[in-house]
Design a protein around this ligand. Structure first.
Ligand code: NAG
Ligand code: NAG
Ligand code: NAG
Length: 361
């Protein structure tokens, strides 16, 4: 009888722990999704992730996104990807956008690019666009871990230990060689939606427990950019999206602050600043909005589709949500939106995102 109750008690604890853990799992859904869904098996000593999940997603998706209602063939998708590269090259030549599109290949850029020598791949990190998943894919390819599931969450971003070197850690000759011969890619999404995601992830939720966003960066931005503030609401209310937009749109004024913020700015500086897409000839630019098709395409194009798959993408999560964008910008003045757009216009043009006229006019 006594054992009976002990067993019941133990079950209760297990349930409680499970509930607790599941809260953290659902926390991550949003930008770093699909961690647990990938199926995998061990083949010949190396773990092979079945490239099923990503493909299944396409067929099961009951509501086709605005891009197309018919899933295009492999050849059609190749054409889509080539068109993107043509557009990028055209916009790079536009001299009136030069300031926003051309960026020297600095150490900052080389720090953003991760290297998989074994399969000759370079991946430029654009945070808030599902990058953690790609990093995991590359860590597995590099051989430090045998499957995506085995990589501890805190190690994904620890580049001393995860076996995923940055391009900046090589000599100039090695860098040039890799830039000119390797398969190179990065992923983009609607630039304003990305900023909203960065704001939510770093200043509202902060699921990775990075206190400096709320304790150092937010107060600095509030002090400089909040229109009316008393000491009391500074501490109490935290960073507002309006403050963040005003800071982002102030190209000149924020320079000194950004130097102080250091690497943390990677979550909101432009794609151009992160990856120098007009200087480096990337092989593919993936779009988050069509990741269900871009992910398998990238794996095919890089010649690794038999070795890994991109973890399953929860339905609907990659879709552009105009309602969300409108909601976040509803408290932001037109002038501030226009300034922000002026600053991020290069990203909109280079990657074919329509200018957000519903916010500008
Ligand atoms: C260059 O960019 C500007 C600003 O977006 C645009 O108005 C202009 O039409 C572009 N020029 C060409 C040749 O595409
Ligand atoms: C480009 O930047 C330079 C220096 O910051 C500035 O003087 C110039 O007006 C900018 N040009 C455009 C088209 O924004
Ligand atoms: C779009 O965003 C709004 C506001 O955040 C949310 O209520 C809605 O569920 C989202 N729609 C989709 C399809 O995710």
């Amino acid at each position: 009888m006594r054992h009976h109750w002990l067993l019941l008690g133990a079950c209760g604890w297990v349930l409680l722990i499970l509930m607790f853990v599941s809260r953290f799992i659902s926390f991550r859904v949003g930008d770093d999704y699909g961690e647990r869904q990938g199926q995998s098996s061990t083949v010949g000593g190396t773990k092979v992730v079945k490239p099923l999940s990503v493909f299944n997603q396409e067929k099961q998706d009951p509501t086709p996104s605005h891009q197309a209602s018919v899933v295009p063939s492999v050849a059609d998708w190749q054409a889509v990807v080539e068109e993107r590269l043509e557009l990028l090259s055209t916009v790079c030549k536009n001299s009136s956008l030069r300031n926003l599109t051309h960026v020297p290949i600095s150490k900052f850029v080389l720090d953003r690019i991760f290297v998989c020598d074994k399969h000759k791949i370079l991946f430029c990190q654009t945070p808030k666009v599902g990058n953690t998943q790609w990093k995991k894919v590359l860590i597995v390819l590099n051989g430090e871990f045998t499957s995506v599931e085995e990589i501890p969450e805190n190690l994904v971003h620890d580049h001393e230990k995860n076996g995923l070197p940055r391009l900046s850690s090589f000599t100039p000759q090695e860098i040039t060689h890799r830039l000119s011969t390797y398969f190179k890619f990065f992923i983009v999404r609607d630039p304003f939606e990305r900023l909203i995601s960065a704001f939510k992830d770093k200043f509202v939720k902060n699921p990775r427990f990075e206190p400096w966003y709320k304790h150092d960066i937010a107060p600095a931005i509030i002090r400089k950019y909040r229109r009316s503030h008393r000491e009391s609401d500074l501490a109490a209310s935290g960073l507002h999206f309006e403050d963040f937009v005003r800071y982002l749109g102030d190209a000149e004024g924020r320079r000194r602050m950004d130097r102080q913020f250091g690497e943390h700015v990677i979550h909101w500086v432009t794609y151009a600043e992160l990856c120098a897409p007009c200087e480096i000839q990337y092989s593919v630019v993936g779009h988050h909005e069509t990741l269900e098709r871009d992910a398998p395409h990238i794996l095919r194009a890089a010649g690794i589709e038999r070795l890994v798959s991109y973890p399953a993408i929860p339905p609907g999560i990659t879709r552009y949500n105009r309602t969300k964008v409108e909601r976040f910008f509803s408290g932001v003045g037109r002038r501030d939106v226009r300034r922000l757009f002026a600053r991020y216009q290069g990203d909109f043009r280079m990657f074919g995102y329509p200018s957000p006229d519903f916010l500008l006019n």
